[in-house]
Design a binder for this molecule. Structure first.
Ligand SMILES: Cc1ncc(COP(=O)(O)O)c(C=O)c1O
Length: 465
């Protein structure tokens, strides 16, 4: 039976107690344990700005005539981010809830621009390292994805790009940098190709947009990736990553308002209020927006430079320590996110998690011809824990006895004739994380994805009494 709707009021004390109990197994945010999901500046920015967040939380950005502050704040944030990306006065943009929404809006805009002059199924051409948000946008919005391999530097192969563009291409995607390996795609060449073929080039700087400009201030050399390149049509940047702002903050920027026009949705064909939304949301809390505006102003370029300096220092110590422990960094990262590979890499990642650290494990199916790896996003806070992290990693490495290969052999024998349902049961019952990574790496895409689909569907089951 479904859990009942609460009959009686409960005290806040009780409610807090029950929620704390729910949260008992959450990964703790404590000081530098997370290498993903939370970008920790090492200073308590959220506490310092939480009053601003709460003050604006219930102002509804859907109607900026009723809440003119929300319009003013959003226009400020777009201008600040636009100037960081070297946009000119024609730049247009929208504040969104995250990278996925920013990407979804860019894909919608590019698709509808394509439909102004074409009627085939529109295609997004992107390297295999581009974020799954593009695949999701394609699935939701009826586009096809054309996936390009990466070259030996783990970046988009521009020859492959040239050969893959056709009449149906509605968008080209380059990442600055890619999430899996932290390397910047050749955006300059992609920009030239986009100009030559008259195509929309989207630069996904969701993870990089708020760190690369500040690393550049520190003298780190990198290729251009923003609106200073004439072929770039749109850029997505998450503030809730290296901007260190509250969760639910990102921007989608367009070179000009003409490119943004298909994003604006207007509907006066119902008896209710005339609807006009600049982006996906109708009702939208101004909390994340005001929190973002506050943190951008509170830190300023100077503050971000200082945080980038700490991040870079931590990155250099950690990546050097990883290399000298017998692992291999994948490619040559341009930013402070990267992946490393080596023997027993899944087991290494899982053991790090069991030891209270939280990296991300990247199985990379064998079809991609890319190494399985463990991924780290380095943040300022990691400077404080770099040595401790490396000690744990080294200890794990020294105690590792080729379990990855053994597991794979067992898995192959055990599951040769098994069904996806049985695999799911085995994973759940054994609570064996490495087996799942082996399946994702070694089995066909459908098997791995179907397992995840079943697990996700089962996990999201309404609570029962
Ligand atoms: C390069 C890149 N693009 C898009 C996204 C999606 O962002 P979000 O999780 O905010 O939707 C991410 C998230 O990690 C990312 O790294």
């Amino acid at each position: 039976m479904l859990k009942n709707f609460p009959e009686k009021a409960e005290t806040l004390e009780n409610i807090m107690g029950r929620l704390n109990e729910y949260g008992r197994n959450d990964i703790k945010n404590s000081r530098g344990r997370l290498f993903t999901y939370f970008y920790d500046p090492g200073i308590n920015l959220l506490d310092q700005t939480s009053e601003i967040f709460l003050n604006f939380y219930n102002r509804n950005g859907m109607d900026y005539h009723a809440f003119p502050s929300t319009l003013k704040i959003e226009n400020d944030v777009i201008a600040m981010m636009g100037s960081l990306m070297h946009g000119d006065d024609n730049l247009a943009g929208t504040f969104t809830t995250g990278g996925t929404e920013s990407i979804m809006l860019a894909v919608k805009s590019a698709r509808d621009k394509y439909f102004e002059s074409h009627n085939g199924i529109p295609e997004i051409v992107m390297p295999v390292t581009a974020h799954p948000a593009f695949g999701k946008a394609a699935e939701y919005l009826g586009l096809k994805t054309v996936i390009l391999p990466v070259n030996d530097k783990y970046i988009m192969d521009t020859e492959e790009l040239k050969n893959s563009i056709n009449d149906n291409t509605a968008m080209i995607v380059a990442s600055a940098p890619s999430f899996p390996y932290g390397v910047i795609d050749p955006v300059k060449e992609a920009s030239e190709i986009a100009m030559d073929k008259n195509k929309w080039l989207h630069v996904d700087a969701c993870v990089g947009g708020m760190i690369l400009p500040f690393l550049k201030d520190l003298g780190v050399e990198m290729e251009k990736f923003d609106f200073s390149l004439p072929g770039v049509s749109s850029i997505s940047i998450d503030l809730h990553k290296y901007g260190f702002t509250p969760k639910g903050s990102s921007v989608i920027l367009y070179k000009n308002r003409e490119l943004r026009k298909h994003q604006i949705y207007v509907n006066a064909r119902w008896p209710g209020y005339p609807m006009s939304n600049s982006g996906l949301q109708a009702t939208k809390s101004a909390g994340p927006l005001a929190g973002t505006w506050a943190i951008l102003n509170f830190l300023g370029r100077n503050g971000y430079d200082k945080l980038a300096e700490k991040t870079l220092k931590a990155y250099r110590i950690i990546s050097k320590g990883i290399s000298s422990s017998g692992f291999k960094i994948v490619g040559k990262p341009d930013a402070t996110i990267f992946a490393f590979t080596g023997d027993n890499i899944f087991d290494t990642g899982v053991k790090m998690i069991e030891n209270g650290w939280y990296p991300q494990i990247q199985p990379a199916n064998v079809k991609m011809d890319l190494p399985p790896s463990v991924h780290l996003n380095i943040c300022p806070v990691h400077l404080e824990v770099a040595d401790e992290f490396l000690d744990t990693l080294k200890a794990i490495k020294n105690n590792n006895h080729n379990t990855d290969e053994n597991q794979l052999e067992i898995l192959k024998l055990k599951n040769k004739y098994e069904t996806v349902d049985k695999l799911v049961k085995m994973i759940k019952e054994d609570n064996n994380k490495t087996v799942l990574f082996h399946i994702l790496r070694n089995f066909d895409y459908n098997t791995g994805e179907n397992i995840f689909r079943i697990i996700t569907d089962e996990d999201f089951t309404a609570s029962k009494n």
